[in-house]
Design a protein. Structure first.
Length: 576
């Protein structure tokens, strides 16, 4: 429920506050006073499209703020908090700013939010009906939504099960279509993977083999040089030709120090270190000699290593910078190949799943159609009762639930193949017979604006008892209606207001007489700027305003008497 609406610099309204509350609130005023701005402001507050041309002349921006009571809206609190907003004193502040240069901003509970988020948050809590909204009723989707809404929990549960199965079917068919359409690409990819895996398997590389072979090839390719140089090094360390060598030089140095070691402990230490060097040189000379002896010139092995390295290099050019990369590619390719090879199996599985889901969906669609057919008869009868009381005593509303037969790509329901979608297989049409003896025909083809208004109001009154929308807004939906029909419209709005908050912008005194709260929007002019203000009328004020609405003047005794009579009649009827 909206507790208060504050409007600043919108259209002709400079600054006004509209106090709202439970029950029926009526807004009236002279033509051009700005009544439509109330609905425009609400539309903006609910995330509607902004028009910078609506900003009051000379103002930088228009501001609309509304306080929404959260205590009766279990769904709005999680949404507000999810957007980063705050619920204070069991209320939520919504705001919309529209700049004169065209920018628009939205706020929920003090947090700036996208306009779409504001619209999504408020969609379940306010239903707005204007004169243009009458034509929404002729749309098939709106008619289907109304019927499903009326159908209650059982229908909604069945519809939910149908939608869930439908979504699973769509997903399965999409995957199946992709697998079948890409069969050629998958076969080509599998052949490439098999070829690559064959190349790698034929060579059977080992981890680190490229590094080891590179070292071996270098050694084999320089065998003569390595042997010559290592023999020279061995000769320098330990000569076999009685030539000066490192071992001899170290031995001579050691003997010199050994001769005087008893005279100084430090010299003794140096002699011992020379002894260690002598042992190390001896071992090193032996190792160098062993290496020189093992160096082998093997052209056959060199050729084999070079050939092996060439094969590994070829693999590395195709599958990875290193042998480790090649081996990882091989593992990944093998897994991918298993997936590709399993595609045929997956296709068969999906085909079986699709058949099962279609059977399940057909059963759900049949159950849903039956529930809709039953609900349609009940809804049509109840709306007919309402519009009969709205000066259409002989009118009859019929709700037709039908399916469209197709020859291809349909859903089997019973013995029929019918078109289907996410909302089921049913096509809903509201038909109206306005006169006795006539056959009901489509609302879109036969109903006048006034008839549409009354059908829509009757539908809202019926749906209000089965729904949870807390606020309804009607913008002159009583246009073109008068007399008894106007009184009945007021009575229906008052009845609707017993279960919901109702805000009505009207020019009919018969409707205004049923108000729990009557708000007058008045226009004043200082010769430069026209502004409008809102006033909640007391009882004498209501009589004056109803007099103006009846006769165009406020002080007419007869008009005031008629106004009092209207108020008393409305109060008497509302009390029943």
């Amino acid at each position: 429920m909206i507790e208060e609406l504050r409007i600043t610099d919108l259209g002709v309204i400079e600054s006004s506050t509209l106090p709202l509350g439970p029950g029926l609130t009526v807004v009236s005023g002279e033509t051009g006073a700005g009544k439509t701005m109330i609905v425009t402001a609400l539309g903006l507050l609910l995330g509607g499209r902004a028009d910078s041309g609506g900003v009051r002349t000379g103002a930088r921006q228009a501001r609309i703020e509304g306080i929404v009571a959260a205590r009766s809206l279990a769904l709005i609190r999680p949404g507000v908090e999810g957007l980063g907003g705050v619920v204070e004193d069991e209320g939520v502040l919504l705001a919309r700013h529209v700049a004169a240069e065209g920018r628009s901003r939205a706020f929920v509970g003090g947090a700036a939010v996208p306009i779409a988020a504001l619209a999504e948050l408020t969609a379940p809590i306010v239903a707005v009906h204007g004169q243009s909204d009458q034509h929404r009723l002729v749309r098939p989707q709106a008619q289907l939504d109304a019927l499903d809404h009326f159908g209650g929990v059982a229908l909604q549960k069945t519809l939910g099960a149908y939608v869930e199965t439908y979504d699973r079917l769509v997903a399965a068919e999409a995957e199946l279509r992709e697998l079948v359409d890409l069969a050629r690409e998958r076969a080509r990819e599998a052949d490439l993977l098999r070829f690559g895996l064959g190349e790698i398997a034929a060579l059977a590389p080992e981890s680190g083999e490229d590094v080891r072979l590179a070292q071996e090839e270098s050694r084999l390719g320089h065998a003569d040089t390595l042997r010559t140089h290592t023999e020279a090094a061995r000769e320098a360390l330990s000569s076999e030709r009685e030539a000066p060598d490192a071992l001899g030089a170290v031995a001579a140095a050691r003997r010199v120090l050994e001769a005087v070691r008893e005279h100084d402990a430090e010299v003794a230490g140096l002699a011992e270190r020379l002894a260690e060097v002598s042992y190390l040189l001896s071992d090193l000379a032996a190792d160098v000699a062993s290496y020189a002896a093992d160096v082998d010139v093997d052209p056959a092995r060199l050729a084999a290593v070079s050939e092996r390295r060439a094969g590994l290099t070829a693999l590395q050019r195709k599958y990875g910078d290193t042998i480790e990369d090649v081996l990882r590619w091989s593992e990944d390719a093998a897994r991918r190949l298993v997936t590709l090879d399993d595609s045929d199996t997956r296709i068969e599985t999906l085909r079986a799943e699709r058949a099962a889901l279609r059977t399940q969906l057909g059963a759900a669609a049949g159950e849903l159609s039956q529930l809709r057919t039953d609900a349609a008869a009940d809804l049509a009868a109840r709306v007919t009762e309402e519009i009969n009381a709205l000066a259409m005593p002989h009118a009859r509303l019929a709700l037709v639930v039908q399916q469209r037969d197709v020859t291809t790509d349909g859903l089997t329901v019973g013995s029929r193949e019918v078109a289907f979608g996410r909302t089921g297989v049913d096509e809903i049409e509201f038909r109206l017979a306005a006169n006795p003896g006539s056959e009901p025909r489509s609302l879109a083809k036969t109903a006048s604006g006034g008839e549409l208004s009354r059908v829509m109001l009757g539908l809202e009154v019926v749906l209000a008892g089965s729904g949870d929308v807390p606020t309804f807004v009607f913008d002159e939906v009583d246009a073109g209606v008068g007399g008894r029909a106007a009184t009945e419209i007021g009575a229906r709005l008052a009845r609707l207001a017993k279960d919901a908050q109702v805000l009505v912008v009207t020019h009919l005194p018969q409707v205004a007489a049923f108000a729990d709260r009557h708000v007058l929007i008045e226009k004043s002019s200082d010769g430069v700027v026209t502004t409008s203000g809102l006033t909640v009328l007391d009882e004498p004020g209501r009589v004056r305003e109803l007099s103006r609405m009846l006769a165009g003047v406020e002080e007419s005794d007869s008009a005031q008497a008629h106004a009092v009579e209207l108020l008393e009649a409305a109060q008497s009827r509302s009390a029943r």
